[in-house]
Design a protein around this ligand. Sequence first.
Ligand SMILES: CC(C)(COP(=O)(O)OP(=O)(O)OC[C@H]1O[C@@H](n2cnc3c(N)ncnc32)[C@H](O)[C@@H]1OP(=O)(O)O)[C@@H](O)C(=O)NCCC(=O)NCCS
Length: 172
Amino acid sequence: MDKSKKFKVEGHELEIRNFTVDDIAPTFHLGEKLFTLNKTPNLYRVWDEYEVINFFQSDSDHCITAFVDGLYAGFVLGTLIEKRKSEIKYGYLVWIGVDQNYKRMGIASRLFEEFKDRMTKNGATTLMIDTQADNQAAIEFFKSKGFGSPQDHVYYSMKTKNHASGKSGGDK
Ligand SMILES: CC(C)(COP(=O)(O)OP(=O)(O)OC[C@H]1O[C@@H](n2cnc3c(N)ncnc32)[C@H](O)[C@@H]1OP(=O)(O)O)[C@@H](O)C(=O)NCCC(=O)NCCS
């Protein structure tokens, strides 16, 4: 896979490149800012440092970062899902985020295009995403990239005797 691609964006240099070990900490910290703002109790994926490390370890080809004028600006993390006894491969985009300072400059779009190219080269026939129903920016972003046919999922939860009012981690 191409290691690095450069673009001009609003007079700045945008670099889209492979995720490296040095990107683990900035990705984690940016995700902490982006994903902990949302407190609704959809915890089926939780943002923590292990989440970043696991993607990097298990599917680094589908982990991509963005830099603007050399400064860390955003990321996409995803995974190729192969179903047993099936030809179908799904490209699942799990997390995408762009630093507040660089929003609406087309950075997530460039990250997504690179993600889509890589998934296509690796045999994905369908791309999948999910996000919370009230995440309007994400919904508009994914619609602008051509995602459609939304399916409703309902999440239930119940408390166990271990329940405490403690804090929750970042969620999507
Ligand atoms: C969603 C997100 C990744 C978009 O990043 P971005 O770099 O600003 O997106 P782009 O500039 O590539 O936007 C492309 C298009 O998406 C749509 N879009 C993006 N952000 C939008 C917003 N806040 N409101 C409405 N439409 C939006 C627009 O159609 C936009 O095109 P335009 O700017 O020409 O109108 C960013 O807002 C983000 O990091 N959000 C927090 C993390 C998150 O919720 N991630 C998704 C779930 S994992």
